[in-house]
Design a protein around this ligand. Sequence first.
Ligand code: NAP
Length: 505
Amino acid sequence: MAGDKQNPSVVIIGAGMTGIGLVIKLREAGIRDIVMLEKADSIGGTWRENTYPGVACDVPSHAYTYSFEPNPDWSDFFACGAEIHKYFEKVYYKYGVNHDTHLNEAVTSCVYNDDTETWTVKTSKDNTYEADLLFSAAGILHKPAYPDIEGLDSYQGIAMHSARWDHSVDMKGKRIGVIGTGSSAAQLIPELIDTQGTDVTVFQRTAQWIVKTENKPYSDADKDRFREKPSRMQRIRNIALTIFEQGTTALTSDSWWDRQMHKLFAWNARRYLNKEIKDPILRSKLTPDYKFGCKRVVMNSTFYPAIQKSNAHLVTEGIDHIEADGVVTKDGKKHEVDILILATGFDPAAFMRPMEFKGRGGISIDEAWEKKVQAYRSLCIPQFPNFFLMLGPNSPIGNYSVIAMSEIQADWALAIVKHWQSDRLATIEVKPEAVEGWRAMLKSKMSHTVWASGCQSWYLDADGDPLTWPDKWKAWVKMMKEVDLTHFVTGNSKAAQKDEPAKAA
Ligand code: NAP
């Protein structure tokens, strides 16, 4: 029943790792009236959708777990996608999150009702839910980006996006074209090259900086040791997160020390390239012409060895157009392929779109974001009261653990919910000026980052502003420990802007 602050009804969109963790945290906070809506027939989000060969996580497994659910059974230092998916399923059933989850039920519309101060959520099953609090846990990289290449629609062979892998297609003996060389491509290309009888042509638009990651299996004895002493898992987690933190600090700070660290990371990647790629022509094609870390660094150890094999071809001439039977590059050469893989990434600014999403006064999310996709602290949007956008714009995505991040965001959201429950806030609605301040702060930090050094990347929006967090991880964590209620409207939503600001307790 909506309307009871002490027992609020909550709707969560999406049953991926963020949604599952959120249900657990909401319950811990005493909130029980929860419905999590999932469009697919199973949970797992990105790890359900990305099943391309070789899919794995380049964050060490022990750092890619919920803090409250360490896993002594990880089989490898870097786990594969299927094992990560199983981990989330295990947590999902262990904590009974399934009882709050409706599968095969896509959210089609979310509309805020000014009078009742609740959200009306409609779904593909023609169900309607009233919610006091709405969370989008739909993820950030869930909408595949298809390249705008002339003739793509005319291609007559089998085409698939890396995030929509068709396992019924037998790759053996086929001529395969792969467009893209990002993190997904770097994982799947070696698998295709190693498939019997294939001939693989990789169309690279931009070379990537690659950091070598050595994977190693955990033995049964290792797993026993983790079980005996869980602090061992914690130690690995802490070390991994510290290394990631040093990495992101080197990308976002221009202090003397951090510049030296950046040089060191760049030197390490260049050394790996120089050592691994024997042919100087191939090496020069694979050498990026932008600063290390400007695009998301690829963490991988299989791409360089694979691309040197005799059935692999790296094409850097640039794609001109696609024809029924192949890809024509700008030098006029046609590369005939039976199968075309689009490892072309995602739309990072889609968030909950294209569903109907309307806030106070009927404002649509497209109208609210007409000038800029933005949200205060990544989670709160003016005129969209009682709504939290998990992993929203400017979250510290990139080479870091998304799980660690979503847990922190959930804690921050719940801290605000508590203020709302104790009537310090009538509704949870951020003030527009708070978002302006937030944006100005992000912009001021951006110039210190390597992302502003001139490259095309999904880290930047159409204006070249950051879509990720342009500062150190520690600074973000510190910020997310604080709740400043002066940034929120304190009266009831209709009298919104007139109220005196309240101070956080
Ligand atoms: P991505 O990093 O965005 O890479 C897309 C690739 O497609 C790039 O090489 C891009 O070239 C190319 N491309 C796009 N449009 C093109 C066009 N019209 N013509 C030619 N080439 C085109 O996508 P992704 O590899 O799927 O990775 C996305 C993100 O997912 C990663 O950054 C990472 O955060 C996450 N991810 C993580 C893991 C993990 O292990 N944790 C694994 C996979 C993915 P340009 O570089 O020139 O744009």
